[in-house]
Write a protein that binds this ligand. Structure first.
Ligand code: WQD
Length: 326
């Protein structure tokens, strides 16, 4: 029940699904379970286990009469994946094989998979649509693409499968209650958690990685998506799979991009905090700009983002203030 899983669990419970979480807590905290219950006002199940433990996973699926799986059990730090590739191949790729084997053993064939816009690599054109060529540039991105390919092969070989691969853009923000949000271990790499730590005094300033990109203000531009919109996307995909077979890929993004400085200014406005920053060298591997073409998810799943950049910053700030007191 990491960042995206916890928000998705809330939306599933509120829309009437029963939820059971299987997690090895390597990047999450057991307290989150109580917080999900508190927000949703409903109970949910939990099994502590590793995704690579096929036997334990199979037993958990069977004992809890699971009918569909949302697979979010991935390691997700791009930089770390280049330093520890085998850990990433083991947890992400091997872990996904283990999950499929467990699902096959108990005849479950509905799966929503957490993929990433990272699979696209350098933009050949923008916005990225789902048919854009895929050239991931790091082990994490390779894992996501391998798993997608495996799922397509699986659905081709066995027509009972119903699979949605959701390519997330940049998930940010938190639940409006301030009870759950992103809580990265150690020093954060991603922009919003760094801004949060500057706002609450844990870090002195934000280092902006380059202001010489060919964007409006020279800083990198990204398609930031509110984690609650993302959670709704999982719900819509799961609902849609009840009526549809095969393996399908969808971008989940807002369809527009904002620069580092635009995000910073918006955060400063909603928090009434000054976020000191310095401009430093570009971060190796960073792209200038990317954003999603979102027509497919809108047309087929009936999903699009509803929350604004201001909603993103307000909910993040609320979570940061709240988690400081915990
Ligand atoms: C956003 C912008 C940075 C930190 C990563 C993964 C991607 C996806 C989402 C999972 C960029 C700038 C950042 C900082 C900065 N994850 N920045 N100072 O790199 O777009 O995407 O997370 O699938 O796969 O690569 O996100 O939040 O790290 O960076 O200036 O301290 O903020 O250069 O322009 P990124 P990010």
């Amino acid at each position: 029940m990491g960042y995206i899983g916890s928000h998705t669990a809330v939306q599933l419970l509120l829309s009437g699904y029963q939820v059971h979480i299987y997690d090895n807590l390597c990047n999450s905290n057991i307290d989150t379970l109580q917080r999900i219950k508190r927000i949703a006002g409903k109970d949910l199940g939990f099994t502590y286990g590793d995704i690579r433990d096929t036997q334990k996973l199979t037993a958990a699926l069977k004992e809890n009469s699971i009918e569909a799986v949302i697979h979010l059990a991935g390691l997700k730090a791009v930089g770390e994946s280049s330093k520890k590739p085998i850990e990433y191949y083991s947890n992400n790729t091997q872990g996904s094989i283990s999950l499929i084997q467990a699902m096959q053993a108990v005849h479950i064939s509905t799966l929503v998979f957490s993929s990433s816009a990272t699979v696209y690599g350098d933009p050949v054109y923008l916005p990225y649509d789902e048919a854009h060529p895929t050239f991931p540039t790091n082990p994490y991105g390779h894992n996501k693409l391998q798993i997608e390919q495996m799922l397509h092969d699986l659905a081709f070989s066995d027509k009972n499968w119903r699979i949605a691969c959701l390519r997330y853009f940049n998930p940010v923000g938190a639940h409006e209650s301030g009870l759950i949000g992103e809580n990265p271990n150690g020093i954060p790499n991603n922009l919003m958690p760094v801004i949060g730590q500057v706002a609450n005094g844990k870090l002195a300033q934000l280092s902006i990685f380059g202001n010489d990109y060919s964007t409006s203000d020279g800083t990198g531009k990204r398609d930031y998506i509110h984690v609650m919109d993302l959670a709704d996307g999982h719900l819509m995909a799961l609902n849609w799979l009840q009526e549809n077979l095969g393996c399908h890929t969808f971008n989940l993004g807002s369809g527009s991009s904002f620069s580092v400085l635009e995000l910073l200014r918006c955060f400063e406005k909603v928090s009434a905090k000054k976020i000191p920053y310095q401009i430093v060298a570009r971060r190796p591997g960073d792209l200038s700009e990317y954003y999603a073409k979102v027509d497919k998810a809108e047309k087929i799943l009936g999903w699009k983002t509803r929350r604004s950049l201001e909603d993103i910053c307000t909910s993040s700030w609320n979570w940061i203030k709240n988690s400081k007191n915990n």
